[in-house]
Write a protein that binds this ligand. Sequence first.
Ligand SMILES: *[C@@H]1O[C@H](CO)[C@@H](O)[C@H](O)[C@H]1NC(C)=O
Ligand SMILES: *[C@@H]1O[C@H](CO)[C@@H](O)[C@H](O)[C@H]1NC(C)=O
Ligand SMILES: *[C@@H]1O[C@H](CO)[C@@H](O)[C@H](O)[C@H]1NC(C)=O
Ligand SMILES: *[C@@H]1O[C@H](CO)[C@@H](O)[C@H](O)[C@H]1NC(C)=O
Length: 360
Amino acid sequence: FVPLIPQDEGVDSEDDSSSVSSYGSDLSGRRGFTASSLSVTERTGSLLSVYSDAGDFGNVTVQGSVEFALMYSPLGELVIMVEQCQDLAIANPRKQRTDPYVKTYLYPDKRSKRKTSIKKRTVNPVYVEALRYKVKREELPGKTLNLSVWHNDSLGRNVFLGQVEINLRTWDWGHESLTWYNLQPKTADNPEAQENHGLLCVSLKYVPPEPRGGSKLGTGEIHIWLREARQLHRLRPPGVDSFVKCYMLPDTSKKSRQKTRVVKKSLNPVYNHTMVYDGFRPDEVREACCELTVWDNNKLSNQFLGGVRLSLGSGQSYGKKVDWMDSVNEEVEIWEKMMANANSWVEAELPLRGSMTPRK
Ligand SMILES: *[C@@H]1O[C@H](CO)[C@@H](O)[C@H](O)[C@H]1NC(C)=O
Ligand SMILES: *[C@@H]1O[C@H](CO)[C@@H](O)[C@H](O)[C@H]1NC(C)=O
Ligand SMILES: *[C@@H]1O[C@H](CO)[C@@H](O)[C@H](O)[C@H]1NC(C)=O
Ligand SMILES: *[C@@H]1O[C@H](CO)[C@@H](O)[C@H](O)[C@H]1NC(C)=O
């Protein structure tokens, strides 16, 4: 499917490759991440401490965010590069003090505690430390990374400051750049709060092939009107310079790629941008998947903020099993609605996924 309107509006070449750095360059070239010592604390940590880091008596309202990157190194290690936190809660109101550190578990292994160093008297700690797990690549899909931030209290009553949970089954391993995550409260019973990466508001229109005389078959078009995104990841103030990239899968060539302009400094960017893909023969719309991803436009490497895949979610395309045909709920609904309402716009507010399964 070839885009009718090439919309490459001179955004620096942020194709996938610039936001996906190779393991090698990430591990060596990057900002001197240091491995923190962990074996000692790990051995002495009791099972009890899994859920209550030396007694969790604090009761602060979770706020702020944490920046880290995940990658699987050629050495057979899962590496969590913990960069920094921002705008943490005051853990000890009496002393107006927060001494934060970051802790990770790789569940279901309850003995997998790793910790960064403790930074003193700051709600904006900078770590630049790598936490590592020796783990086989094929075991990763069964694991969940639980990253939490704690205040190291002088009386040993450490205070929980927030957490981020990442299901490694659905993690996009191509995404290796540093990313900000909002810290979440402990109550893990609210999946929506845990998974809030914002919304993407889109309208779709299917224009079927014109009936033509003779034997020549016309082709149809899909129009994508990218209206806006809402509640994007809270990054550093004053907001994020974002754009949306679109592929019409299974075509992953440059010709299939279209982008919106960059909207500056907004967590609720209005793109108001239309893209058109043509060349759909009858029934081919069932085989295609529109992949929309939102990116933080960054000179060094663009950061993935969230994405959706719009399709029938059938798990296959043209009779072949493919992992990117993985649309769910609203993502399937809008595609079905589009097919059922030819020539008219159908609209949806789609929850952005925090990670996407890579397409092979
Ligand atoms: C993740 O870790 C935090 C802190 O250790 C804990 O409170 C929370 O229950 C854990 N989440 C899960 C799903 O185990
Ligand atoms: C924690 O604080 C909230 C609101 O400030 C309060 O409703 C709750 O009871 C407190 N919990 C504990 C265990 O102190
Ligand atoms: C963390 O707290 C303990 C007491 O629980 C204290 O002995 C230790 O010095 C603290 N660590 C730092 C780096 O402040
Ligand atoms: C969106 O674009 C259309 C046409 O380009 C324009 O008429 C409309 O006013 C725009 N809407 C917003 C909210 O910018």
